[in-house]
Design a protein. Structure first.
Length: 342
């Protein structure tokens, strides 16, 4: 029995995230009346993970991420899900320590052997990250879903937040955009085998450069680009800063197959959702821009800001690490909009 996992998912990968406005409504009543002074990062901000300070100045990072299938191959689904979940630790400048699995499986619809393959894929990525897949929890669900809860560590002085950008910072991106477009093409049977290889390489590449970025004092802010798209996560970086981002649209890297699918208007439904959530705060998106900059990414790259005085040093460091990167813009004094594409 050959099962295509994506036929059991309404939305794929991080595209199944709840819309930002709905998420804010859900979280609006969740603030605890108790003050936890050691909780450095909680759900009162839109950061990538929770961070708790220990007595010795070290911090524990805690995060969880799971979603419905973005690919048909079970092993690849496990790899992508694990890579995506671990990324949140790297986005805080931290080092992952261990993970536990979150598995929802419709056991009356899909053979258990496929779930075994999902776990196998996740284990491969955890091995690559140098951490144990130490356990987990499973439930019988209507749609298959998988992810990890990941624990990491970081020294307090190396902790990076997502909304601590500073004026004149240079913005760097470590993976091209277009994963949502390609995953939609896959679901519709339009993705070529060679394009799938590109897709898989991008979504299973660890963002482990984040741990090294955390140790650099001139890196001011880090996030990873996932379900809310490039524009949505950039807006989170600008939240309550009184600053704007000036983005050079031609410099933002886009996967070549994604460009072709955009011209055919093959894109995820949640691209429109992302656009509706952030368009009022953006200036300069034209023609097909929305399909790229609001494209929900799964296991996307890191988006981070660097003190302009250390730009050359940053470039040299990333080249030495053989890390793909593109400088996509800079942080400026507040204009009429939070994001301006030029």
């Amino acid at each position: 029995m050959l099962v295509k996992l994506t036929q059991y998912s309404k939305a794929s990968g991080c595209g199944c995230k709840i819309a930002p406005a709905v998420l804010e409504e859900i979280l609006s009543g969740s603030k605890s009346p108790i003050n936890f002074p050691n909780l450095l990062v909680g759900n009162d901000t839109k950061d990538d993970a929770a961070v708790y300070e220990m007595a010795d100045g070290n911090c524990i990072i805690s995060t969880t991420d799971f979603f419905t299938p973005i690919v048909d191959n079970a092993v690849d689904f496990g790899k992508i899900s694990a890579c995506n979940a671990i990324s949140d630790v790297y986005a805080m400048g931290g080092k992952p320590m261990m993970a536990v699995a979150i598995l929802g499986w419709p056991i009356d619809k899909i053979p258990v052997s496929y779930a075994q393959e999902v776990i196998k894929g996740a284990q491969e990525i955890c091995n690559k990250a140098g951490i144990p897949l130490a356990g987990g929890h499973s439930v019988d669900t209507q749609e298959p879903l998988f992810g990890l809860a990941v624990t990491g560590s970081v020294k307090k002085e190396h902790l990076k937040r997502n909304n601590t950008v500073e004026e004149n910072d240079v913005l760097y991106l470590t993976k091209p955009l277009g994963i949502g477009l390609m995953s939609t093409a896959l679901k519709r049977g339009l993705l070529k085998e060679e394009d799938y290889s590109v897709f898989l390489e991008q979504t299973t590449s660890l963002n482990n450069i984040g741990e090294s970025l955390g140790k650099l004092s001139f890196v001011n802010a880090i996030t990873d680009v996932t379900g809310f798209g490039f524009a949505g996560h950039l807006l989170e970086m600008l939240n309550n800063t009184g600053l704007s981002a000036i983005i050079k649209r031609e410099d933002v890297p886009i996967l070549e197959p994604a460009k072709l699918f955009a011209k055919q208007f093959v894109f995820p439904d949640n691209t429109t959702r992302n656009y509706n959530a952030c368009s009022a705060q953006i200036e300069g998106m034209i023609e097909l821009d929305m399909l790229f900059f609001c494209d929900p990414q799964t296991s996307g790259g890191l988006l981070f800001s660097v003190d302009v005085n250390h730009e050359n040093e940053m470039d040299s460091f990333l080249k030495e690490q053989k890390q793909f990167f593109v400088k996509v813009g800079n942080i400026a004094r507040k204009t009429s909009k939070e994001i301006v594409f030029i």
